[in-house]
Ligand binder design. Structure first.
Ligand code: J7C
Length: 433
């Protein structure tokens, strides 16, 4: 026996402790199609042996004799064994990555993208316009105002007493100039700083913000909005948006599947299928966030799976949001994955006034958010009448506070009379850590 080698191996294995639950992606049962990811599930406090660190984000680990990939940021070194420097290095990094985040918003690229999104920007304009009478003499906070467009709409279309335009990035300098250039400085006060840290001389009547990210929650700017609400919104004040919902639908994604997976079947007359497992990892492990689903690719009627009331939602609720779903398949086709998008609602300031909404789904004008596609590892043929049920869980990364994973479980019940066949699967998608 080569003891030397054994010792070497042992030395390279490190014990880590789970900071949080991770549901993994294996699982399954039934006839089992659509599973097959090699992620390892674990619970808070589990001790895992890490054998290899093939990438900064995904490590190869062992728990009770089972091996699989685990997200590195869910693990911490056991305090007793901690190697000098390592844990400290992580703790020195900002879990919010604010420097990078606000640097990005200090350039025009993202502001151009947001302002060019007509349905987004026009919805906020309509909200101000339709409520202009009630906004008279009101105090407004525009959280994360960017170039100040919403604040300028308020000053231009209504007569609020003050709008506090809060922006943490260096764009705030330009926002101040835009306010002046458009003769709104009597009404709009630009405050540069994080909304969590700024001081206002008064409570506000309306807290308006455009905080939504991919798949609604990514970036978790919503946390800043909730903290500002608790500190600065007066009793009985208004939140815009007032509520939000995440919608989900099982879908076909033929051209994406062909482009990334079927491609390897016979390029230039050659069999490249040994590359398919790699393609699955590279293209289907994370969601595709700039997807535009055709209404015809929806295999069932979409459902709202997560609902958020912006008055009652708490920061701790953001740690994990989950729900069950059940879809009746309405058209036969290929079930490639799930597509998600969001809608937000703006209640009227007037009793009985109409609620406005911004819908980023396939039946509305496309927005810069587009939709988010979650590909199964293997497509499954389905028929009209089949049922797809399951659950979705959005879990915030315990270390990196702007990131989350989305775990989907599904169970396909065939409607064919001669079979009681069903297939189940589960998959966890990091977004992006
Ligand atoms: N405080 C101030 N500004 C913020 C904050 C915060 N806590 N979080 C985000 N922003 C700004 C950011 O700099 C950018 O201009 C805009 O809000 C982000 C909009 N992002 C989005 N996904 N709607």
């Amino acid at each position: 026996m080569d003891t030397e080698k054994e010792d070497e191996d042992d030395a390279s294995v490190q014990e880590y402790v789970a900071r949080s639950d991770f549901p993994g992606g294996g699982g399954g049962g039934g006839t089992g199609t659509g599973t097959g990811t090699d992620q390892l599930a674990f619970s808070t406090g589990d001790r895992l042996l890490v054998h290899a660190k093939p990438s900064a984000e995904w490590w190869w680990a062992e728990l009770r004799g089972v091996v699989g990939y685990v997200p590195a940021s869910y693990l911490r070194r056991d305090a007793a064994e901690e190697e000098e420097g390592e844990e400290e290095e992580i703790s020195l990094q900002d879990p919010w990555q604010d420097e990078e985040y606000f640097d990005n918003y200090g350039t025009l690229r993202l502001h151009l993208e947001m302002l060019s999104d007509r349905s987004r920007t026009e919805t906020y304009r309509q909200v101000v316009l339709k409520n202009s009478a009630s906004l008279r003499n009101k105090v407004v906070m525009d959280l994360g105002c960017g170039t100040g467009i919403i604040s300028l709409f308020c000053a231009q279309l209504a007569k609020p007493s003050t709008v506090y335009a809060v922006e943490a990035s260096s764009m705030a300098d330009y926002t101040r100039q835009l306010v002046k250039q458009n003769a709104c400085e009597e009404v709009v006060t630009v405050l540069q700083g994080r909304a969590e840290e700024i001081e206002l001389p008064e409570q506000v009547d309306v807290l308006v913000s455009e905080w939504m990210g991919n798949c609604l929650l990514f970036e978790f700017m919503v946390e800043s909005v909730l903290l500002a609400r608790d500190r600065w919104l007066r009793d009985g004040g208004t939140m815009w948006p007032s509520s939000a919902a995440l919608s989900l639908v099982p879908c076909q994604a033929d051209s994406y599947y062909s482009e990334k997976m079927a491609f390897w079947e016979r390029p230039y007359g050659l069999d490249f299928t040994p590359l398919q497992p790699l393609a699955q990892k590279e293209f289907f492990a994370k969601p595709k966030f700039s997807h535009l689903i055709e209404p015809n690719d929806c295999l069932a009627a979409p459902r709202d799976v997560i609902r958020m009331d912006m008055y009652t939602l708490q920061v701790r609720d953001l740690e994990e949001m989950r729900s069950e779903f059940s879809f009746g398949v309405e058209r036969s086709g290929v079930f490639h994955g799930f597509t998600a998008w969001f809608t937000v609602h703006f209640e009227s300031l007037e009793a009985g006034g109409a609620t406005l909404e911004l819908d980023t789904g396939p039946n509305s004008e496309p927005t810069h958010w587009k939709q988010t596609l979650f590909m199964l590892d293997q497509p499954v043929g389905v028929h009209a009448g089949d049922a797809i049920s399951g659950s979705i869980a959005l879990r915030r990364n315990p270390t990196w506070r702007r990131h989350m994973t989305v775990t989907l479980h599904w169970n396909i019940k065939s409607s064919m009379e001669d079979t009681d066949d069903y297939q189940v699967g589960t998959k966890t998608f990091p977004m992006w850590r």
